[in-house]
Design a protein around this ligand. Structure first.
Ligand code: LLP
Length: 435
């Protein structure tokens, strides 16, 4: 759950810097990020892909939606992996970070014509097409700019992934992609093939997020490969690429076990080899798009406690509410997906007995809950610091300005030094949008 350079002695310390110093220097709430850990995790996924698939390893495309900023885009460039972007905004950050456009893959179920234009003009490696309209739009943009654009078709293989309904993406009743079962995928293939400005490289599927077993990924591979075989039989040619998406789960609370890169990639490689052999197909280049699994555990959020309140419940029981200086504006996941987190006292140790506590934010809303029920030391008081681990993915990236709360900064720590890579928003930033 924790970044690899976090340790606990008298207080939480990160690469030798005590939490209290981080809070004093950068304020709270703040996302504190482990640069070395990010680099190591990205590299680990890349090595796992390469060692499982050998010469058939495609790219790891880091899913920018989990968290991106210009500095992290520079790290991605250094590490040499690709990036998945799904809006012009994410594309702009990737380009600002100096990532080679050929390593950019563009997603989105409703890319605007302007977004498609920007992507084609930038020379992105691949556009993942999501609708029949988009086939026409990408084709005409490619014609306009005199290029042949590599594309994948996003497919829904009809899988009910074991995860929260809102983050499952590959069953039939979703807005994404073309269904294999209904024949929509087959129609889309025929449509793409009508355009000389489109180079159909293969298929893509993303089955959902925070998936902790490999079964659903294997079934997805099986269904995509069956379609590759059908394509070969119909057109006497093999499509060379499959992108099997992201979704690899991480640990959020004690007891959770993350899906290891090598385990996931080895299982996938086995399934791909078996299914290709059954259809007498060459193994295509396999790419993946982990977001959470790379960035999730590399950050924690540091909060300051503002109030502690004991509420008498029925049956004479108390519930303690500890309020911190953030909440649903920088961690919407508990409210949106009933996501679970844990927290620790970060500025000191305590031997006080644990008290059943609800950790809440500062927003004007009952659902502003970070942790529904956690045992925290009974002596926690205003001014104490709390840290919630594993907030790197979809924390800062889904942060809002609800209640006109400025969004927190991201502080990168490496080799005992901490620096701001995304600064804290200010009230001036918020007022700056008002006419
Ligand atoms: N590829 C595609 C096409 C995706 O749509 C996504 C996530 C990913 C890759 C990366 O998935 P990851 O490896 O990070 O699980 N905001 C939610 C999750 C929804 C993500 C949507 N797409 C959350 O906070 O859990």
């Amino acid at each position: 759950m924790w970044p690899s350079n976090v340790s606990f002695t008298n207080e939480l310390s990160f690469s030798g810097i005590p939490a209290s110093q981080l809070a004093e220097k950068f304020g709270t709430p703040a996302f504190i990020m482990d640069e070395a850990d990010f680099r190591a995790r990205a590299t680990k996924w890349n090595s796992a892909l390469v060692s499982a698939f050998g010469e058939n390893a495609g790219s790891v495309y880091y899913a920018a939606k989990a968290f991106i900023c210009t500095e992290v885009a520079r790290w991605i460039k250094d590490i040499g992996i690709g990036i998945d972007v799904c809006t012009a905004g994410e594309l702009a950050v990737a380009l600002a970070g100096g990532i080679n456009p050929s390593k950019i893959e563009v997603h989105g179920n409703n890319k605007s014509v302007a977004e498609i234009e920007k992507a084609v003009l930038a020379g992105v490696g691949t556009i993942v097409i999501d609708s029949l309209f988009e086939i026409e739009r990408v084709a005409s943009s490619a014609v306009k700019h005199g290029v042949v654009q590599k594309v994948l078709l996003r497919l829904t293989p009809g899988i009910e992934a074991h995860t929260h309904e809102f983050i499952a993406t590959a069953h039939e009743d979703v807005k994404f992609g073309f269904s294999i079962a209904s024949g929509a995928a087959w129609t889309a293939i025929a449509e793409v093939r009508k355009h000389a400005s489109l180079d159909l490289r293969g298929f893509h599927a993303h089955i959902g997020s925070q998936i902790l077993d490999t079964d659903s990924f294997e079934i997805s591979a099986e269904r995509l490969i069956a379609l590759l075989a059908k394509f070969r039989d119909a057109h006497n040619a093999e499509l060379p690429e499959l992108d099997l998406g992201g979704g690899y789960g991480i640990a959020y609370i004690p007891g959770d076990v993350e899906l290891s890169p090598s385990l996931a990639m080895d299982a996938l490689a086995k399934a791909v080899a078996k299914n290709c052999a059954e259809h007498n197909l060459n193994v295509p280049r396999i790419s993946i798009e982990p977001g959470r699994a790379i960035v999730g555990p590399t950050m924690f959020t540091l909060y300051e406690v503002g109030t502690v309140k004991d509420i008498e419940l029925e049956a004479g029981e108390n519930r303690r509410y500890i309020s911190v200086d953030g909440g649903m504006s920088e961690n919407i996941r508990p409210a949106l997906y009933a996501a679970e987190y844990t927290a620790v006292l970060a500025n000191r140790t305590s031997s006080a007995a644990g008290v059943s506590t609800r950790l809440v934010g500062k927003h004007c809303e009952t659902g502003d809950i970070i942790i529904r029920d956690i045992s925290l030391p009974g002596d926690i008081a205003p001014g104490d610091l709390l840290a919630t681990p594993a907030t790197g993915a979809y924390g800062r990236s889904m942060a809002s300005n609800y209640n006109h709360v400025p969004r927190p900064p991201v502080i990168a720590v490496k080799d005992g030094k901490a620096r701001i890579i995304v600064r804290r928003e200010t009230e001036a930033d918020l007022l700056g949008l008002d006419i």
